[in-house]
Design a protein around this ligand. Sequence first.
Ligand SMILES: Cc1cc2nc3c(=O)[nH]c(=O)nc-3n(C[C@H](O)[C@H](O)[C@H](O)COP(=O)(O)OP(=O)(O)OC[C@H]3O[C@@H](n4cnc5c(N)ncnc54)[C@H](O)[C@@H]3O)c2cc1C
Length: 387
Amino acid sequence: MADQPHTQIAIIGGGISGLWLLNVLARRGFGVLLLEQGGLGQAQTFASQGMIHGGIKYALGGFTTAASESIANMPDTWRQCLAGTGPLPLPAVNILSQAYYLFSDGSLGSKVTAFFGSKSVRGRVTALAAADYPPVFADPAFKGSVYKLQDMVLDTTALVAALAKNYAAHIYQSTATLLRSKTGKIIGIDTGSGIVTADCYILAAGAGNAALLADDPGQTITMQRRPLQQVMLKGKLPQVFAHGVSLRTAAKPRLTITTHPCSDGDSVWYLGGQLAEDGVNRSAAAQIDAARRELEQLFPWIDTSSATWATLFVDRAEPANNLQRPDMPFCQQQGNAIVCWPTKLTLTPMLADMACACINFEADGRAAPALELPRAILGRTPWDLAF
Ligand SMILES: Cc1cc2nc3c(=O)[nH]c(=O)nc-3n(C[C@H](O)[C@H](O)[C@H](O)COP(=O)(O)OP(=O)(O)OC[C@H]3O[C@@H](n4cnc5c(N)ncnc54)[C@H](O)[C@@H]3O)c2cc1C
């Protein structure tokens, strides 16, 4: 492989984790390049709801959990990045909502209400007086209560574009296939139009990590998929950034709603939460019916009759954890590879710290070599593709 282009670090995958790592490592002076098979962001990252959250939705049972605590400081870290400081300055990224809300169709229950007022979650959740409700809940028909969370919602297209901008010359479109020695050591990447070698290979390919790991005889890392059927509706819709909870589904949000602007002036409501988990075995039409019923119950004062509807089947790709949600990002060194899943967009800065800690050689301060491959371009969001 001596005559092949060689770089210090090669990253496979152009979602949030690969692009974040590209930026962090290039800023530290490593020679680094990234290979993405499709559009940048166009897998889980653009399918996400863009919520940067502090874990309160994992504490709806009325107590903190490992998941709610590991993530608690993440909104602050992201706010620093968006302000131009933090581990990675991202001042050009558009924030769709500075806050996220949690609303119930009635009382949340005294146990959860008392917990939300307790010292352990102080500053992370605030019960709102009716006068402070976001406009969508200021309707006489709304009889529940509203809480404001420290979470925020980012425009993931702007986020991916900002991460791709500074190092665009090192981001290529290619379906990467790993070349391994008999012992499983990675000896290069077949890019489809040549071979590139690296001192370290970072597998940040989301669901694609499973295939990249499959032909390693010594591999011990396994991936799980947790499927969802998200729902989208497009029309003249008010802005909603909120988890709907009810006593029926107290421990988990029944519906998670984010609002995304469209170029024609319409908005898309993107619906996840329990609805998306319960809907994986439904047809798209049945899932849309279920979503309509949820919205009629939760927002009886909002007319969605002229909206256009679509659904998205998508898997969360994560390290195996008995099909339960992992609490932490995953980063493990295996020979000359580092295998990564952030498990949450929110946890990417933590993942980057873990990955950097695995790199045991110095940056050489030289840019990665140019490859004879097309540059990868920005992917499209699910609502752009659907409507
Ligand atoms: C419906 C949904 C909603 C979510 N909402 C939120 C949320 O609101 N907040 C939050 O914090 N998290 C959320 N998440 C989780 C979050 O989206 C993911 O944890 C995160 O986006 C994963 O990023 P990634 O870069 O690891 O993977 P991906 O975004 O999936 O990127 C992996 C990339 O690797 C590429 N690839 C794969 N194989 C190869 C190959 N062989 N060669 C080259 N390229 C390859 C793929 O094309 C893809 O672009 C959500 C997830 C889903 C599914």
